[in-house]
Structure formats: structure tokens, C-alpha cells
Design a binder for this molecule. Sequence first.
Ligand code: HEM
Length: 484
Amino acid sequence: MKITTASGIPVADNQNSLTAGPRGPVLLQDFHLIEKLQHFNRERIPERVVHAKGSGAYGTFTVTHDITKYSKARLFAEVGKQTETFLRFSTVGGEKGSADTERDPRGFAVRFYTEEGNWDLVGNNTPVFFLKDGIKFPDFIHTQKRDPQTNLKSPTAMFDFWSRTPESLHQVTTLFSSRGTPDGYRHMHGFGSHTYSLINAAGERVYVKWHFLTQQGIKNLSAEEATRIAGTDPDYAQRDLFTAIAGGDFPRWDVKVQVATEAELAAWEARTGWNPFDLTKVWPHADFPLLPVGVLELNRNPVNYHAEVEQAALSPSNVVPGMGYSPDKMLQARLFAYHDAQLYRVGTNHQHLPVNAPRCPFHNQQRDGAMAGANGGAAVNYDPVQAQGSNPHGMGHGEPPLALDGAAGRYDGRGKEDDYTQAGNLFRLMPAAEQQNLFNNIAGPLSQVNIEIIERQLAHFDQADPAYGAGVRAALKARGVNLA
Ligand code: HEM
């Protein structure tokens, strides 16, 4: 294949610059050299502010069970129906070149290219999160990234923040369990985490939580293995995923939902005291059983990492007719954050890129801006208009009105809400060996922190379960920490 410039002009020589005499200097008119250097200087786009290191693959979602009584979304229309998908896995706190085996939640961001637009479920491998209010997210992430002066990761910042943020305890317990270091991306579950809603053809709403249960089985790395692999094969999870798919060993997840009506959630909240829209809480399976929906299979590797994975731009605000959001405060902040980040990271017209463009016909009045692709062609660029495809009566999808109560204000639930029982329940579910892992995994970084922060964090473990606090204390003492 002949090399050309980006404008298609055959390149005369790609090995020798155009020089005055055999020793140079180089001539400004070597446009090919200049274009080559200029483009190279612009090869990087900003990495994602979080979840910078990741791996992606395409796949297929197949409906196995009928949920049309809950949602009229077309992708669920009949059993056997298939929808093309894209999934990006990631770690959270590390940079684009960081090790895949770091202790961190894993991102599990799925896009369904439905016939009524892209549905993005941007979740993690954990059913809960560290926070219940998005106003704390930038501060929390600063504790996970590098210290402004030392440019080092800071256990002090992490535990200072967590110890002052009791609602983080549930997720902290997951993070320091063996699930904090999954063995690649194929051997972990995925969760939508937030409560979303589904809306059926009659305009009735139910609330849901999405679960993706790995058919490969859960496999985790021990802390020692994870550390060793970080040094010997930092791209371990990328390699594992790509190799498996290239070899025809397609990973699969059973897709399930927990479903509840508004009245059922109100009764559950009255009984348990837990806000069903609080992202630091699970809905226990005993109260809301998992219902099967379908199977997600990953079966195609991207051809070009930068174009298809680095430039992928998924957003929790992308839900299709037959679905909706919920009053979860964290979700509300995320509905704004993603598209805004992508306007900066990828550009105004990031939705024109092949990995981001819907697979169905789309039509709106957005035009122009840098890198506009088809740019709407000759179609009318205003609305309402007497033209086919216009929506003179608005975009209602039959979503029922959402009843709200209370006056606008800043409500601080701290100290009044129960941040301990579910964290304690998770701890009590763990077999003894797993509890011991948890103690050791926590004691590693916690032992590097000042005593005031240690005591404040220990008080949270104690409240979740006295055995939890006692176990971490013993592991800290074994590391030479002097405790009262
Ligand atoms: C209010 C809280 C949050 C804010 C403001 C926030 C913000 C962001 C931003 C700005 C990005 C980068 C987007 C991009 O450049 O494409 C991102 C990525 C991501 N976030 Fe969040 N986030 C929040 C909470 C969460 C939660 C609770 C989860 C999971 C349950 C989550 C999962 C992810 C994932 C998986 C990605 C990577 C998406 C991909 O693979 O492209 N985030 N987040």
C-alpha cells in the first residue's frame, strides 16, 4: 500500500527529510515532514478524569425472559431479540498507563445500540458507591488521585476522607475485600448500582436495579498476586479480555433486575429505615429477588483502540423510551457530568464518531462545531416545522409524572441515617478467611496514617461489627501500630 499525506497525495520519501545538501538544514517546504510532526504532537486527547485505564469490546444482548409488563423499551420487545452492545471496563483512580490489578472498583459501562437510540448503563463491579451526594465526588476523587505536592498516592487523604464520611463504609468494605482485586474483567459481576425506572406501555413506573452476573464465575487475585502482576504484566486485564475474545472464548453475563413499585419501596423504607435511592445501600435479594432478563455476550474486539475505546463516550443520561431515572442524588449529578466531560475530552461532536453514533436513524437541530460529520445534511435545522419527522406535540414517551415532596433545601442526613448495618451485614457474610484478608488489606494502607485518623476509622468498623473493628486492630498491631 502506498503511503500518502492525509490529503491523499503520494509521499515521495518517508525515510529522508528534504535537506539543503546531504547534511541539512531541513527545508520548510518538506510539507510531509511537517504534517507528520504536527499530527504526532496532537495524538493524545485528555484522559478521562476518572476511569482513565480501560478495555472495551463489542457484543450482543439477547432477551431470554419477557419483561414487557415492566418496560416498553423496544430492545425488550420479544424473547430472542438481539441488540448490539459495547462494553468498556476500567479501573477508577489510576492514570491511563496504570496497572490493571490495582485495588480499586472496576468500571462496567455498557452501551446498547437500540433501535430507539443508545442506552448507556454506566456502572461498576460493585452494587454500591462511597457517596450518596454528587457534591462530594470531586473531593473524594482528589483523595484517590495524587497529592498536590508529593505527586504520590496518599493513604492519609483516603482515610481522612473515608473516616469523615461514614456512608463510605459499605463500599470501603467491598474495596478491601478480595473483590477489590478481581482477576481480570471476565470474572466479575457488573451492576447499574443506581436505582433507575422502567415504564410500560400503560405508562406505569417501577423502580429497578440492574445486575450482570458473570457466567465465568467470580475469580479474584490475592493482594500479593495483584502486586506481583502489577510489576510483571500491568496490562493483565486488557490482555486477558482481548486474548479470550480473539480466541473465540466469549465472556457472558446473565442480565437480571430487581423490580419494585413505589408503594413496595415506601413500605420497605418504613420497615428498614433505608432510603431506596441511596447509592450506599443495596436492596437485599431476600426482599427484592433477581428476575432474569437476558444474556450479554462479548464477541468482537475493537479494531482500533483509540478510535473505539479511548473516544467512547458513555453517559448515564442516555436512557431510551420505556426507561427513566430516579430521585437518587448521585445519579442526578451524573446526568450532568458525563456529557459535559465528553464535550471537553472528545469534542462538541463526539456523538458523530462511529462508536458513539446511534445505529438507528437520528435527527435533531444541532449543527456545526468542530469536526461536524454529516452535520445533518440538507435537513431543516429548526423545529417545529411542517416536515416529516418533526415532533410538534413534544417528545413525551408516556412517562408518568413523578410525585415529589418536601421543600427545596440542603438536607444533611449524617448521623441520622444508618450507614453501618449493611456494611456489617456484608462483613458477616464473609467466611473467616475472607474476613482475615479484609483486615490485612485495610491494615496495609491504614498503618501508614496518623493515629487520629486511624482511631476515627476504627470507630466506624466497630459500629458495623465489633469483630470487624477488633480484626483490623489486631492486623494494625501486627504491623507495629501502637493503639490505645
Ligand atoms: C456524582 C458522582 C459521579 C460523577 C460526577 C462522575 C463523573 C465521571 C466522569 C466525568 C467520567 C468521565 C467521562 C468521560 O470522560 O467519558 C466518569 C467515568 C465513569 N464513571 Fe463516573 N462519576 C460519578 C459517579 C460514578 C458512579 C457512582 C459510578 C458507578 C456506579 C461511575 C462509573 C463510571 C464509569 C464506569 C466511568 C467510565 C465510563 C467509560 O468506560 O467510558 N461513576 N465519571
